[in-house]
Design a protein around this ligand. Structure first.
Ligand code: GLU
Length: 361
């Protein structure tokens, strides 16, 4: 059996991210027929016995058109007002479209803070699990109306990756206008050609550079954030596919393992729920720099970080805070929860980050 069929055919719990461009027309109006078409595919996957979660953008654009704004406002309160108006229009269309195939939907609006706090994180997971068990399709978006920088996910590519990590999905499918991750060649702009890369085995600097290239050529803003999303899910142990949502049956084709779009292969080991929470849902309060011996002990020996291996620190952190663990040149290779506050590091002895609280990235 081909690799894609093997990985995707058995995917039971799937997160599908739908980008604004796919859900709206040139006037920023919600593209009802396109949404209905996509919902048809999602319902089919649901009726096929899969658990389906949708991460949907489009609220701000829908709100702009409803309020008669031709250009995207700059002021935060204006954007938040647009999101508030647009979100319920968006949900009305989803509710209608899913209802016609007998599927219930649930609106779930999240801020980063909701998933950073351990108790709220577990609670959100339980709620989503309950909805899925009842056959409901949760439609998730950032709670834009109350989100400010400190509590923001940032973008929905990232939110979809975190959702997949939260619910321990088997697959994340990111649908937008792009066909996948493009390789670009040729030098003069008009002679450049695009080729979709079918499989990405790891997020290397080369892959990152391709995301940059795609931005310039096709003015697709979002490839960088899609690569960041891929970094999160693949490390969590979940495959991700980027494909064009303009193709009819794209979801069925992806799930059948057809060579469509780009697949990012998952890392070898699945990360457990608490380790995911440490690695992806925290904002680091500072950094610990460690020497080569400590780096080896953590990466290959599976050991805890001891005070004697710490050669420097940055930031102001307290016991229990998430910190970035970096090599001596400042490159992050792990994250963990510190047992020692920054102002006590100089005199500390013994364990600074216990291996149970440490994730190698
Ligand atoms: N939450 C935004 C909206 O619904 C979209 C953010 C994004 O697409 O990254 O308009």
């Amino acid at each position: 059996m081909k690799l894609r069929e093997q990985l995707l055919g058995k995917a039971r719990r799937i997160v599908v991210k739908l980008g604004t461009g796919l859900l709206t027309d040139a006037q920023n109006q919600l593209a009802r027929s396109q949404i209905t078409q996509l919902v048809g595919q999602l319902s089919a996957a649901r009726h096929d016995g899969r658990e389906v979660l949708v991460v949907s953008s489009g609220a701000i654009a829908a709100g702009m058109s409803a309020l008669g704004l031709a250009t995207r406002p700059k002021e935060l309160a204006q954007l938040q007002a647009c999101a508030a108006v647009g979100q319920c229009r968006l949900m009305a269309i989803y509710d209608d479209a899913f209802a016609s195939s007998g599927v219930h939907v649930a609106q779930v609006l999240l801020t980063h803070d909701d998933l950073r706090n351990r108790a709220r994180h577990l609670n959100a997971r339980r709620t989503l699990d309950t909805l899925l068990r009842r056959g409901v399709v949760p439609i998730i978006n950032e709670n834009d109306t109350v989100s400010v920088d400190e509590i923001k996910f940032g973008d929905n590519d990232r939110l979809s990756a975190l959702t997949a990590a939260l619910v321990d999905a088997d697959l994340l499918v990111v649908l937008s206008h792009v066909e996948g991750l493009y390789k670009i060649w040729g030098d003069a702009k008009d002679q450049r050609k695009l080729q979709v890369i079918p499989v990405v085995e790891g997020i290397t600097p080369d892959i990152e550079a391709m995301a940059g290239g795609t931005d310039r050529l096709t003015s697709v803003g979002g490839m960088r954030s899609k690569i960041e999303a891929a970094r999160i899910v693949t490390r969590a142990g979940i495959p991700m596919v980027i494909a064009s949502g303009e193709h009819l049956n794209v979801l069925a084709d992806v799930l059948a393992g057809k060579e469509i779009g780009t697949i990012f292969l998952p890392g070898a080991k699945k990360l457990a729920g608490r380790k995911r929470w440490i690695a992806f849902f925290q904002r680091t309060a500072g950094a610990l720099r460690v020497d080569g011996g400590a780096r080896d002990a953590l990466c290959t020996g599976g050991k805890s970080l001891l005070a004697k291996g710490v050669v420097g620190a940055e930031g102001d952190f307290s016991v229990g805070d998430a910190v970035s663990v970096q090599d001596a040149s400042g490159v992050e290779f792990a994250r963990g929860l510190t047992k020692v506050a920054s102002n006590e590091l100089k005199t500390a002895a013994g364990v600074v980050v216990h291996r149970d609280d440490l994730v190698i990235l």
